[in-house]
Design a protein around this ligand. Structure first.
Ligand code: HEC
Length: 264
C-alpha cells in the first residue's frame, strides 16, 4: 500500500489541502448587516476584548490602586464611598423617593428592574430588526439608562471634596524602628506570667491603662522596685514570683530599651 497517495500537503502536513473551506451561513434573509456569530463575530469581539484587557493590565501596573488609610472605627467624620462604577447607585439612594421609608425602592426595586430588564431584553425584544432607529423602545431605554448613569455618577462625584478625601486617606506606614520583642526571652515569660502584660501590652508599648515601657528611664533596680511597690498610679504587688524571676523581668525590660535606643 502506498501511503499518502492522492493527498496534497500544505505547510502543516497534518492538514489536508483539499479540506473544505468554512463557508458561513447565508443570513441575507435577515434585514440589516449580519455575520456569522462563530467564528467571525466572536473573533472580533475577542480581539477587541484582548486589547482592552492588556490596556487595563498596563494601567494597573503603572498606577496601582491606592489603599485608603487603616480603618478607624472611632472616626465618625469618615464618609465611605463606593468605587466610581457604583457611584450612580450610591447617588440614587440620596433622593427622597429612594431613601428613608422607600429604601427598598432605591436599593432593590429600581436597580433590580433595570438590571433584570437587561437580562430579559433578548426575550422581551424579539424583533428581527438590528438597526437602532428601527427599535425605538430598546434604543430609547438604553439611551435613557446611559444618560441616567452618567448624570447620577456626575452628581455623586460633584459633591465629594476629592482633594480633602485624598489627603485624609494618605496611607499611614507602620513605624520603621518598632522594637522587636524576643518572646522566648525568660524575662518575657515572667512579664507574661505576671499581670504586667495586661496593662503594659504584649509588646510593652502600653495601652489605655498604662504607659509604654519602651523609653522608660528606669534602670534594673528601679524596675524591680516598681514591680513590687508600684509607682504613681500603678498599684503595688503586681509581681508575684522569685527574686531570680524579678531580676530576669527587669533585665528584659532594660534590654528591650537598649535595643530600642539602638534602633533610633
Ligand atoms: C493595673 C495596671 C498595671 C499593671 C498590672 C502593671 N503596671 Fe506598670 N504601670 C502602670 C501605670 C498606670 C504606670 C504609670 C504610673 C505613673 O507614672 O503614674 C506604670 C508604670 C510602670 C513603670 C514605669 C514606667 C516609666 O517609665 O515611668 C514600670 C517600669 C512598670 N510600670 C513596670 C511594670 C511591671 C514590671 C509590671 C508587672 C510586674 C507592671 N508594671 C504591671 C500600670 C500597671
Amino acid at each position: 500500500m502506498k501511503r499518502g497517495k492522492g493527498m496534497k500537503f500544505v505547510g502543516d502536513s497534518r492538514v489536508r489541502a483539499d479540506k473544505p473551506k468554512f463557508i458561513p451561513k447565508d443570513y441575507s434573509e435577515y434585514p440589516g448587516r449580519t455575520e456569522a456569530f462563530w467564528p467571525n463575530f466572536l473573533l472580533k469581539e475577542w480581539l477587541v476584548g484582548a486589547v482592552f484587557l492588556v490596556g487595563f493590565l498596563c494601567l494597573t501596573i503603572a498606577h496601582p490602586a491606592p489603599l485608603e488609610k487603616l480603618a478607624d472605627p472611632t472616626d465618625t467624620a469618615y464618609v465611605p464611598l463606593p468605587d466610581w462604577y457604583f457611584l450612580f447607585l450610591y447617588q440614587l439612594l440620596k433622593y427622597k423617593f429612594a431613601s428613608g421609608a422607600f429604601n427598598v425602592l432605591g436599593s432593590v426595586v429600581i436597580p433590580g428592574l433595570a438590571f433584570g430588564a437587561l437580562f430579559l431584553a433578548p426575550f422581551l425584544d424579539r424583533g428581527k430588526e438590528r438597526r437602532p432607529h428601527k427599535r425605538p423602545i430598546s434604543t430609547g431605554l438604553m439611551l435613557l439608562s446611559i444618560v441616567a448613569i452618567f448624570w447620577l455618577t456626575f452628581e455623586a462625584a460633584h459633591h465629594v471634596d476629592w482633594e480633602a478625601k485624598a489627603e485624609n486617606n494618605k496611607p499611614e506606614l507602620p513605624e520603621e524602628n518598632a522594637v522587636e520583642i524576643d518572646q522566648s526571652d525568660p524575662g518575657y515569660e515572667v512579664y507574661q506570667a505576671n499581670s504586667c502584660i495586661q496593662c503594659h501590652g504584649d509588646d510593652l508599648s502600653g495601652g489605655a491603662a498604662a504607659p509604654s515601657l519602651i523609653g522608660t528611664e528606669h534602670g534594673v533596680d528601679e524596675i524591680k522596685d516598681i514591680a513590687v511597690n508600684g509607682i504613681g498610679t500603678m498599684p503595688a504587688d503586681q509581681f508575684a514570683g522569685s527574686d531570680e524571676e524579678l531580676q530576669q523581668l527587669a533585665e528584659f525590660i532594660v534590654s528591650v530599651n537598649e535595643q530600642a535606643a539602638e534602633g533610633d
